[in-house]
Design a protein around this ligand. Structure first.
Ligand SMILES: Cc1cc2nc3c(=O)[nH]c(=O)nc-3n(C[C@H](O)[C@H](O)[C@H](O)COP(=O)(O)OP(=O)(O)OC[C@H]3O[C@@H](n4cnc5c(N)ncnc54)[C@H](O)[C@@H]3O)c2cc1C
Length: 371
């Protein structure tokens, strides 16, 4: 996006990519259909050491701008849920569109360029194994640490440090959580069971699906909250959002026994999870107080995860180049004129749902318009 904007303004642009093709993450994104933006994108959908930092770039390159590009290329798309836009066919459509725009803007793309060294004299000198590039401006768009097997590296962070820029220590975000062994033995044989919950941590909450896995918990609600979770915090899970499982017991005609309670719980949760919950957390008695306590527990399951599935499974890397080092208007380093950081390498991390791409497009456009 940055290259396209700069190329359109007549700049001579070279994209240096260490992989054998561009945009590998685009291809695997959104289950192969690329959730390329979110129509409800707001600054509140991002985590950052400075929550105001992303506002300017997001306001100047909006989801509507990206949608206009998608429509110009006649790429069919649809809204899946919660404002998330996906390709009807394939993520290849988005990559093809960006490559076509690069070609039209006269951008040169160099693949298989493994950068070994960057120095700065009067200009930036970028040395690869078999080539050398010189330029008055250098934009780092090397992403985060997620999914090392498709080539993620710490290059961007290392380069920022080399030039004396501060890094907010990265951590895996949008990542499944691993349970402690006792919780695992209680729940993980239910792998595959999912339920709508409210997951909360660190003052944030998300009402979406939770999925039990062989090692812990996943699904959108858990992925979202994982970005806010840091060991050894605990996570709260409301297993029956917005409903009162024991409400019927206020009627004196309703029998107070396990099968009546099981049937109430099964209305709110998949039966296997409802039955397991009752086995592990039976009400202490059938008094009003005990039922109120049972109710409270259903809405406040507290778990302390052992950890996350790490960068191998994380959809994004939180943390990164400290926003205090960069201009929010242009993404240019305040200390090193001509050096820019855009996309995931910056300490701006989106929620699940197309926000990380929107940040990549918006921050890329912000830099591309001033190069
Ligand atoms: C499985 C998965 C699914 C996802 N799905 C979605 C989704 O549907 N919607 C969404 O909004 N976000 C999604 N994301 C997140 C999104 O893909 C990223 O946030 C986004 O790609 C970040 O863009 P970027 O340009 O900053 O970095 P990247 O897309 O990671 O691109 C960085 C590029 O830099 C190259 N590179 C790295 N080091 C060097 C070096 N030393 N020299 C030269 N080149 C280098 C890499 O090869 C790579 O091509 C997903 C992520 C994953 C892992």
């Amino acid at each position: 996006m940055c290259a396209i904007e700069a190329g359109q303004r007549g700049r001579r642009v070279a994209v240096l990519e260490r992989a054998d093709r561009l945009g590998k993450k685009i291809l695997i994104s959104g289950g192969g259909r690329c959730n390329f933006t979110n129509i409800h994108c707001q600054p509140e959908n991002f985590l950052s050491g400075n929550p105001h930092f992303a506002k300017s770039a997001l306001a100047r390159y909006t989801p509507a701008d990206f949608i206009a590009l998608v429509e110009k290329h006649k790429i069919p798309y649809h809204e899946k849920t919660l404002g998330q836009l996906f390709c009807d066919h394939s993520a290849r459509d988005i990559l093809g569109m960006l490559e076509a725009e690069c070609r039209a803007a006269g951008v040169s793309v160099f693949l298989n360029v493994e950068i070994q060294e960057v120095t700065r004299t009067t200009e930036f000198v970028v040395r690869a194994a078999n080539a050398e590039f010189r330029s008055p401006a250098l934009v780092i768009a090397t992403g985060g640490l997620s999914i090392p097997k498709i080539g993620a590296t710490a290059f961007g962070y290392d380069l920022a440090r080399q030039f004396g820029l501060k890094i907010r220590d990265p951590w895996p975000g949008l990542v499944p959580l691993v349970l402690e062994s006792e919780d695992r033995s209680h729940y993980c044989d239910l792998a595959g069971v999912s339920a709508e919950v409210i997951a909360s941590c660190d003052g944030q909450q998300f009402r979406e699906k939770m999925l039990i896995t062989h090692r812990g918990l996943s699904g959108p609600a858990i992925l979202q909250i994982s970005s806010y979770w840091r060991k050894p915090q605990s996570i709260g899970i409301d297993l029956a959002p917005g409903s009162e499982v024991t409400a019927d017991f206020r009627d004196p005609k309703t029998p107070r026994n396990s099968s009546a309670l099981r049937s109430q719980l099964r209305h709110r949760l998949p039966s296997r999870l409802a039955d397991r919950w009752l086995e592990l957390h039976p009400p202490a008695s059938w008094t009003n107080a005990a039922l109120a306590d049972f109710e409270r527990q259903v809405h406040a399951w507290t778990i302390t995860p052992a950890g996350t599935e790490g960068y191998e499974k994380a959809e994004v890397t939180a943390g990164g180049v400290d926003t205090g080092e960069l201009s929010p208007q242009t993404m240019e380093s305040r200390k090193i004129p001509g050096l820019f950081f855009i996309g995931e390498v910056v300490d701006v991390t989106g929620h699940l749902g197309g926000f990380n791409f929107q940040w990549a497009w918006a921050s890329g456009a912000a830099a591309g318009r001033v190069l």
